[in-house]
Design a protein around this ligand. Structure first.
Ligand SMILES: NC(=O)c1ccc[n+]([C@@H]2O[C@H](COP(=O)([O-])OP(=O)(O)OC[C@H]3O[C@@H](n4cnc5c(N)ncnc54)[C@H](O)[C@@H]3O)[C@@H](O)[C@H]2O)c1
Length: 334
């Protein structure tokens, strides 16, 4: 069976996902697109896909079996609720939503529906290097994980569109999710330190250092720098009781010439995580074909949202902000 998919939001990542859904992956076809910028939607719609005037029209269409949400974070809540009301499996780019209240609403709707329909776009969980790192930690041969260092550097961010809150409520969610997944536990508290600002970021609060205290007492320190100029640089290192497990810098061809011995640095997330995005969609397509979802869930999106909210509070108070979660509904135990 071929899954017929509608894509909402046809900007940077929407176009990249349309490319993989039409040119890379099998068992799927894009039958609809929608964007508040109708001209953009029409210009990137693949052959045969209908351009819907609104996201709601796309979600309600009989020609759409599953929905991919790539619009801006604040519009995810209404679009997710409409997908759940229609009983359609949905892949939602991170962040799931932008407030705790919205996350609880989406979770309540999915729980009332009775089974999972939502997969959140935390693609690092599908990256082969992160999967190997997790396998080492889970094997337990290095003892318990005590500390994790997560480095998240972007060459640049869109000027004017990326605000001072976004390192904490848009970018940090990836590090919050991968920390929970790697260490297998929830975040208990969040602190934020703001070092000397990079002159490249204008008024932006950049870089930021976020400390996550996990329930076991393990500590995660996250560096978020969004204007490093040299490329996209994602690193991680877990300190365990008897050893260190590190995420390798991405293997790339080593070039030797008159400038020295060097390896190329990925330009952005599209390049670094190209295979992870393909894999997250393979798994989404397989589950959506069965009318359900696997992988990162609404619960995981809710957890990351709570960390983002706590980080925003912590930057104001300068102290440690607690994270307290509701009881985990049974549909999120896998
Ligand atoms: N997983 C990742 O690594 C990753 C990487 C980049 C972006 N993202 C996420 O993907 C989402 C989109 O990011 P982007 O970089 O493509 O942004 P973008 O600004 O390039 O594109 C967003 C598109 O959504 C459209 N849009 C906004 N609100 C809409 C609505 N209510 N209905 C329909 N269309 C709407 C905009 O017109 C725009 O075309 C964001 O949530 C972002 O955080 C995730």
């Amino acid at each position: 069976m071929t899954l017929r998919v509608g894509v909402i939001g046809t900007g940077m990542i929407g176009q990249d996902h349309i490319r993989r859904l039409t040119k890379v992956l099998s068992g799927v076809t894009v039958t609809g697109v929608s964007d508040i910028d109708a001209t953009r939607a029409a210009s990137v719609a693949p052959a045969g896909a209908q351009v819907f005037a609104t996201a709601q029209d796309l979600i309600g269409s009989d020609s759409v079996d599953g929905v991919v949400i790539c619009s801006w974070g604040p519009s995810h809540e209404d679009q997710l609720l409409a997908c759940i009301a229609a009983g359609k499996p949905v892949f939602c780019e991170k962040p799931l939503v932008t407030s705790q209240a919205a996350a609880l609403k989406v979770m309540a709707a999915e729980v009332a529906f009775g089974r999972r329909l939502v997969q959140v776009g935390f693609m690092r969980r599908f990256d082969a290097d992160y999967r190997r790192l997790k396998a080492v930690i889970d094997a337990g041969t290095l003892g318990a994980p005590l500390m994790y260092k997560s480095v998240h550097r972007n060459a640049s961010v869109p000027e004017g569109l990326y605000t001072s809150e976004m390192p904490l409520n848009d970018t940090l969610v990836h590090d919050a999710d991968i920390s929970r997944w790697l260490l297998g536990e929830e975040v208990a508290g969040v602190e934020v330190r703001v070092p000397r600002r990079s002159s490249r970021g204008g008024d932006l609060r950049d870089p930021v250092v976020v400390l996550l205290t996990m329930r076991s007492g393990a500590i995660v320190d996250v560096e978020i720098s969004v204007n490093v100029a040299y490329g996209y640089d994602i690193r991680g290192e877990v300190s365990c009781e008897t050893g260190i497990a590190a995420l390798p810098n991405r293997p790339a061809t080593v070039i030797t010439d008159q400038f020295g011995i060097r390896q190329a640095i990925p330009e952005d997330w599209r390049e670094r995580f190209i295979e992870a995005y393909d894999q997250e969609f393979r798994e989404w397509i397989a589950a959506a074909g069965q009318g359900t979802a696997t992988g990162p869930s609404t619960w995981d999106g809710y957890a990351a949202t709570l960390v983002a909210d706590a980080a925003l509070r912590a930057v104001e108070t300068g102290g440690s902000e607690p994270v307290s979660m509701c009881e985990k509904p049974s549909i999120y135990f896998s």
